[in-house]
Design a binder for this molecule. Structure first.
Ligand SMILES: *[C@@H]1O[C@H](CO)[C@@H](O)[C@H](O)[C@H]1NC(C)=O
Ligand SMILES: *[C@@H]1O[C@H](CO)[C@@H](O)[C@H](O)[C@H]1NC(C)=O
Ligand SMILES: *[C@@H]1O[C@H](CO)[C@@H](O)[C@H](O)[C@H]1NC(C)=O
Ligand SMILES: [Cu+2]
Length: 147
């Protein structure tokens, strides 16, 4: 009786540790961070899939006389993403928020996330390739399904 109770506790601890380890911190662009001219669509394809509760970390230096400003926006739909149309975009992180350890965005919704840099009215998004699409997967269900 006492033994099986103890065994149950061990299983509980193991399950909660697994749940914690499922949420990852991922620096967008890896060592390239968030800058003009890096193919983030390609990066997202290589480093996905991403899961619910994963944190995307955006790192970029605050603007000064030699460093261009960057920012992070969420675009409302695929069309605005393809066109780099920022008219209905929502600010995620401003030009100053990418410094230090960067800005963390937790993927909390099971829906497509269209990220883009909002600087120069879409120029960084369109010409600088500073955009990517993430469709988070439901972590637990998906990984359990794969086992
Ligand atoms: C960026 O990467 C994507 C996916 O690999 C590719 O389809 C696209 O052509 C690349 N864009 C440029 C400008 O290289
Ligand atoms: C601007 O910021 C960059 C990156 O943080 C740094 O390397 C550079 O020295 C800074 N330039 C000036 C003029 O402060
Ligand atoms: C994500 O985090 C929320 C809140 O912390 C939690 O309720 C939920 O179970 C987590 N989902 C996954 C798939 O880890
Ligand atoms: Cu930018």
């Amino acid at each position: 009786m006492a033994f099986s109770y103890g065994h149950g506790i061990v299983l509980l601890v193991t399950a909660s540790m697994l749940a914690v380890s499922l949420a990852n911190m991922v620096t967008v662009g890896g060592s390239e961070n968030w800058h003009f001219g890096f193919n983030y669509t390609d990066w997202a394809l290589q480093h996905g899939p991403f899961y619910l509760n994963d944190t995307l970390v955006f790192k970029y230096d605050p603007p000064n006389s030699t460093t261009f400003p960057h920012s992070v926006y969420l675009l409302p739909n695929l069309w605005s993403f393809l066109e780099c149309d920022l008219r209905r975009a929502k600010l995620v992180a401003n030009v100053a928020q990418g410094g230090g350890n960067g800005f963390g965005f937790v993927l909390k919704k099971l829906q497509p996330h269209y990220f883009a840099c909002g600087e120069r009215n879409g120029f960084h998004c369109k010409v600088g390739l500073m955009k990517f699409l993430v469709m988070p997967m439901p972590g637990c269900i998906d990984r359990a399904g794969k086992i």
